[in-house]
Design a protein around this ligand. Sequence first.
Ligand SMILES: Cc1cc2nc3c(=O)[nH]c(=O)nc-3n(C[C@H](O)[C@H](O)[C@H](O)COP(=O)(O)OP(=O)(O)OC[C@H]3O[C@@H](n4cnc5c(N)ncnc54)[C@H](O)[C@@H]3O)c2cc1C
Length: 384
Amino acid sequence: MTATRSYDVAVIGAGVFGAWTAWHLAKRKQRVLLIEAHGPAHSRASSGGETRIIRMSYGADEIYTQWSQNSLRQWKELFAETGERLFQDTGVLWLAGPDDATLQRSKGTLQSCGVNHEILERRELEKRYPQVNFDAVSRGLLEPESGVLLARRAVTRTVESALRLGAQLQIAQILPPRGAKKLEFIECSAGVRISAGSFVFACGPWLGKVFPDLLGTRIFPTRQEVFFFGTPPGDTRFAPPALPTWLFQADEVYGMPDIESRGLKMARDTHGERVDPDTQSRLVSREGAEWARSFVARRFPALKDAPIVETRVCQYENTSNGDFLIDRHPELSNVWLAGGGSGHGFKHGPAFGEYITAMILGERSAEPRFSLASKTTQQKRTVY
Ligand SMILES: Cc1cc2nc3c(=O)[nH]c(=O)nc-3n(C[C@H](O)[C@H](O)[C@H](O)COP(=O)(O)OP(=O)(O)OC[C@H]3O[C@@H](n4cnc5c(N)ncnc54)[C@H](O)[C@@H]3O)c2cc1C
């Protein structure tokens, strides 16, 4: 065993949640070590994609609307510091099927939270976006100031900013922790011990592997395939500002316009099969590619023969209902479980880091929706 090093807080995992947790802790003058097995937002991490949507609509779930508002402010401040355009205000367009109840609930929440938005009736949608087939869509809700985060790079910049604030980064794999009542130290696979006052495990889809007894059946990593379609040469109809980021609610499919010339991105929001993030294949399936082609041909008829120019296979790290998991370990009083982004967590990184920092510093009460006790072993999604 080699030397022991000591910190106020050790954060394990440099995805979006761990990165912002380290950032907020460092901002509050805590001595922080961020430990990551591969590197910030690496290609197997849930935060490792090129782009993620940031939107304010969450039906009646005001807490997430407020977190999105708070987070977008902080993302913009970070990007102003780095001088890069890692947020693109493409606008986000929600498209309701015949049942528009969720859209109406979002409208009420956006109104009470002061978020700029516009309801677009079907005729208006067809006029503004003639490149889209709105078959079976009743109406839309446009958030003109929401858009897309350049995800992978945004996490890297968060980590770099945290390092400037005094945090340290170490590339190492942490072994599942052992202890009773209080955790004294964690061990790297290389044998180094790290002691800290508190430990935050922000291990995303790996949480169930780090805490198999506690979380093995409470975190559901699911396979998610993502497709990029090449747009015709010289055709700007599928790039911003002509096309916003879009979500067909009844189809449970979302996507975004051509960002940085990667093509039209689209993916299913339905949960795929349960997977292991270390071993799942990163090649898309033939069935998935065929489905993606037919969806694009139906909703974007001019792209019916468009080539698939890029693909990604990632995983959601779902809790039973989609609410985040931010809570103390039930037996180890100085260990925090931090994850459960459930396919919608990326945008909330800044507010997530701020919340857990306040919890660790004993400055706020716990939000019951983020408790371990509220997470069951049956998947029943309620947060979208
Ligand atoms: C295809 C796809 C599309 C998505 N779209 C959106 C979207 O549009 N908008 C949105 O807001 N959200 C979206 N999400 C969800 C969002 O990306 C995730 O909720 C979020 O990135 C989770 O971040 P995380 O930090 O919890 O996990 P991760 O990014 O996976 O980070 C966990 C880190 O912990 C490290 N780690 C694990 N175990 C150990 C260990 N033992 N030792 C050291 N390090 C360890 C891993 O290497 C990893 O880097 C999407 C997710 C996917 C997969």
